[in-house]
Design a protein around this ligand. Structure first.
Ligand SMILES: Cc1cc2nc3c(=O)[nH]c(=O)nc-3n(C[C@H](O)[C@H](O)[C@H](O)COP(=O)(O)OP(=O)(O)OC[C@H]3O[C@@H](n4cnc5c(N)ncnc54)[C@H](O)[C@@H]3O)c2cc1C
Length: 137
């Protein structure tokens, strides 16, 4: 179960942020022939008593054993200014936003390019459509 078919190599997101292109690892291809079925969707609920997970608030899947491994995202809410000024490497999209800055992309705000520190102007915001799981470090 995953919201997108592409596997995000989180430990390589710094490479994405530095403008490198990572291998396009497709989860359905990775599990093909292993007996594992891939389901694309966002888990919106778990009923441990019924042993079901709710997918996209649309349907449920039953399980015998559930591996709950939703990862983590950086907490940008607790410390004032972080959400406004800091980048994260939570997702490939976030890493690409950072790459746009480092590579002096035309999409980067000019104030960033002229500043001594990238933190002197608010960063572009991630679209809220990027799903996140629990927050952490
Ligand atoms: C830049 C960076 C560098 C790193 N470098 C290293 C390193 O060198 N060595 C190391 O050991 N670790 C490193 N890490 C940490 C490592 O990437 C993580 O510890 C590891 O990815 C955690 O694996 P996970 O499967 O628990 O979570 P994740 O890899 O985050 O996977 C969780 C998955 O669950 C999905 N998901 C979340 N919520 C839902 C939902 N509601 N429904 C469906 N799917 C959902 C997400 O889309 C994601 O695909 C690094 C992390 C980062 C960000």
């Amino acid at each position: 179960m995953n919201p997108q078919t592409r596997f995000t190599e989180r430990l390589r997101l710094h490479q994405t942020a530095s403008g490198q292109t990572l291998a396009d690892l497709q989860i359905p291809d990775q599990v093909a022939g292993t007996g594992v079925d891939f389901v694309q969707g966002w888990v919106t609920g778990i009923d441990a008593d019924a042993q079901t997970v709710r997918i996209d608030d649309a349907y449920t899947l039953r399980y015998d054993n559930l591996i709950y491994a939703l990862g983590s995202v950086a907490d940008t809410e607790t410390v004032p200014g972080v959400d406004e000024f800091a980048y994260t490497l939570n997702s490939a999209h976030d890493a690409t936003l950072l790459a746009d800055i480092w590579t002096d992309s035309p999409t980067a705000p000019s104030s960033w390019q002229a500043a001594d520190s990238p933190a002197s102007s608010p960063r572009p915001r991630s679209p809220s459509s990027i799903p996140n799981s629990t927050s952490c470090c």
